[in-house]
Write a protein that binds this ligand. Structure first.
Ligand code: G1P
Length: 300
């Protein structure tokens, strides 16, 4: 099965990345040469997605501008014969349709997904978090594998998961596999949002890609807000498990490692790794880093 529609929630304030995100969306921060959200869009399109709804918020207009056609830039680059650069800023060949709606109140990821109900209609759809890149250069095929599992297992939901160190479970939604956790595809029987390590049911974290049947919308409506007034998507998926619906996990492969841009340490590391892999500037950066590291080692 090919999933054709995706929601990309990008309404969050990005408070963990202030002051960088005071007046610009965290999804527009660059990782090497491109803004994060461009990698996400390229990954989705290469997995067959044709329609993308961004769930935005105030001060997120630059995302819409980024994917829009810019006639002035187009003319300038054409006249200067900078055709390579033109290719990199022209999204028409992606043949994707972009839609935008606003989540007016910050009521959590579950509420953001609910804003896509009319867009999704009766068909299964993908949710891709706008601050997570899968794989260096976003080469992941995980979404296609998830769509196959959704079909073959007649699932109501399929989630991408990845192993995290036990001390990091409190940053993620953590899933409980039906049995063991060795398989690449397995059934989930329970989920907990951001548990402490001692109460985490595993070290398998929800990795920012989900496929849902539209039944998720009714489940979200049943979720009560948490102490921060947020409607957690994880709790809505847990209702699916409780109803005996099939909720499946697909493990990311090592090449599909998730780059989480939601906090500074992980953003810095992602930037450096992508920049080192840059075909033009990577080698030069490697030499500069070696110099810097040698200098700081000499100071210790
Ligand atoms: C959200 C989800 C969480 C998931 C994480 C992945 O949390 O609620 O289950 O593991 O994204 O990045 P957030 O990072 O928005 O707090």
């Amino acid at each position: 099965m090919v999933i054709k529609s995706a929601l990309i929630p990008v309404a969050g304030h990005g408070t963990r990345l202030l002051p960088a995100t005071k007046s610009q969306p965290k999804e527009m921060l660059p990782v090497a040469r491109k803004p994060i959200v461009q990698y996400v869009v390229e990954e989705l399109v290469s997995n067959g997605i044709q329609q993308i709804l961004f769930i935005t918020g105030r001060s997120k207009a630059s995302i819409e501008n980024h994917f829009d056609h810019d006639p002035d830039l187009f003319r300038t680059l054409t006249e200067a014969n900078k055709l390579d650069l033109l290719k990199e800023v022209d999204f028409e060949p992606l043949k994707a349709n972009f839609f935008y709606t606003r989540q007016r109140l910050q009521k959590g990821l579950g509420d953001a997904v609910l804003c896509g109900e009319n867009f999704a209609g009766e068909d299964p759809f993908l949710v891709a978090l706008g601050d997570s890149i899968l794989g260096l250069h976003a080469v992941s095929r995980a979404v296609s594998r998830m769509a196959d599992v959704f079909d073959s297992k007649r699932a109501s939901c399929v989630i991408a998961v990845e192993e995290v160190p036990p001390e990091e479970t409190r940053h993620y939604g953590i899933v409980q596999p039906e049995e063991g956790d060795g398989a690449d595809v397995f059934r989930i029987v329970n989920l907990v949002e951001k548990p402490a390590p001692q109460s985490a049911p595993s070290n398998l974290a929800i990795a920012g890609r989900y496929i849902f049947s539209p039944v998720i919308f009714d489940m979200i409506r049943r979720v009560k807000p948490d102490q921060r007034g947020e409607i957690q998507l994880t709790n809505a998926i847990q209702f699916m498990c409780e109803e005996g619906r099939r909720v499946m996990a697909v493990k990311l492969s090592p090449e599909e490692k998730r780059y989480d841009i939601g906090n500074f340490p992980s953003y810095f590391e992602s930037f450096v790794e992508f920049a080192l892999a840059d075909p033009v500037y990577g080698a030069e950066l490697r030499r500069a880093l070696e110099r810097l590291l040698a200098k700081s080692a000499a100071l210790v």
